[in-house]
Write a protein that binds this ligand. Structure first.
Ligand code: NAD
Length: 348
């Protein structure tokens, strides 16, 4: 039963939306609004079953609660899925979706995710104010995300290795928007950068332009370096790849880097410091939150600057308590939520 699943995950509300005229079928999940309105993107995928769509939206919205809480944002966690073939997406469908978001009265704020883009948000924005990431907003959040990852690499290396960026070797997996932004900042500061990407044309032109070394995608994990920065896809660190790692730090922008949560322990057992993905890559969420509160892009960069200090705080907490930084991040987020529910509660 959906209600049982909501209870298991701790969701406040799940709204099913159907508009037969446009073919819209969507599920909007509001996980927790203790700290503020539930913010999270809308993805459109041709899920095999309704149960798959529900599972995805419940899981992702809960993760957003923790991401916002760990980033010290006054936001809750939400997410939405539109069930369908992205090729069949129409402006009318997006308009109907915008009305559905509006009907939630601001409890849920939407943004982009897989198979939705700024053009969809602009249509949605004609029907609701509860949308961020629109074309006249703060624009692509990737530069802020890349900056936050850079600060995370810098501070993690200082804490762990007592070395500045100029003395680091960093291997970047994925030179898309975030990976490129990270590489540029690292190179500017004199780091030794090696890059890898499945898109070989892009990889070659990147290596030519920046004069950096490359490594084949299948060899990237074993590449000797101080920092491995995954900036491509999720699930890359798993039972097969963790034993191959030849680095001291894993700190990158990709979401869901670990295939399973217990891979954080596997990294710790190997003596590798892991910067929790949802903490180090919070620059994107920081940007859309800043847009929501009518801030500037400079405000977003300033807030993302604090990601470095936040990571140090988590490493200290993890080391004190003998847990992984991932667990420390979870505990930090839970404490914030607890205080939000009971403002008189004192920190643990
Ligand atoms: P992107 O699509 O611009 O770049 C991804 C790059 O990774 C591409 O160049 C692609 O060819 C490459 N790639 C894909 N699979 C690969 C593999 N197996 N090995 C090596 N390279 C591979 O995406 P992006 O916006 O740079 O985001 C990168 C990651 O960061 C994603 O996991 C995304 O969810 C996460 N993230 C991005 C933002 C943001 O603001 N863009 C914010 C938070 C998290």
């Amino acid at each position: 039963m959906v209600l049982d699943r909501m209870t298991d995950y701790g969701h406040e509300a799940v709204t099913y939306v159907s508009d037969p005229e446009t073919g819209l079928q969507a599920i909007v999940a509001v996980h927790d609004t203790t700290l503020g309105p539930a913010l999270g993107g809308t993805r459109m995928l041709p899920y095999d079953t309704e149960a798959d769509a529900l599972q995805d939206v419940l899981r992702l919205s809960k993760a957003m609660t923790y991401k916002a809480a760990a980033a010290d944002l006054d936001l809750g966690g939400g997410k939405a899925v539109i069930v369908g073939d992205p090729e069949q997406k129409t402006a009318e469908m997006m308009a109907a979706y915008g009305q559905a978001v509006d009907a939630l009265g601001g409890r849920y704020i939407t943004s982009v995710d897989i198979n939705t883009g700024v053009e969809d948000l602009d249509v949605i924005a004609d029907h609701t104010d509860h949308v961020v990431g629109v074309s006249d907003g703060l624009g692509d959040p990737s530069p802020v995300t890349a900056y936050g990852v850079f600060r995370g690499v810098e501070e993690t290396a200082r804490y762990e290795l007592d070395r500045p960026v100029s003395e680091l070797s960093v291997t970047i997996q994925g030179i898309g928007k975030v990976g490129t932004g990270l590489a540029e900042r690292l190179l500017e500061r004199g780091a030794d950068v090696t890059v890898s990407d499945v898109d070989t044309d892009q990889l070659e032109s990147f290596a030519d332009e920046y004069g950096v070394a490359t490594v084949a995608p299948e060899d990237v994990y074993a590449e000797p370096c101080d920092v491995f920065a995954p900036c491509a896809i999720g699930g890359v660190l798993n039972d097969d790849t963790i034993p191959q790692l030849n680095c001291e730090i894993v700190a990158g922008g990709a979401n869901n880097v670990l295939k399973r949560r217990d891979h954080a322990e596997m990294l710790q057992d190997r003596g590798i410091r892991y910067a929790p993905d949802y903490v180090i890559n919070a620059g994107g969420l920081i940007t859309v939150h800043t847009e929501h509160v009518d801030g500037t892009i400079e405000d977003a960069f300033e807030k993302a600057d604090a990601i470095g200090d936040r990571l140090i705080e988590l490493y200290e907490r993890a080391d004190d308590r003998g847990v992984t930084p991932l667990q420390a991040a979870r505990e930090y987020a839970e404490e914030r939520l607890e205080r939000g529910r009971d403002p008189l509660a004192t920190p643990a």
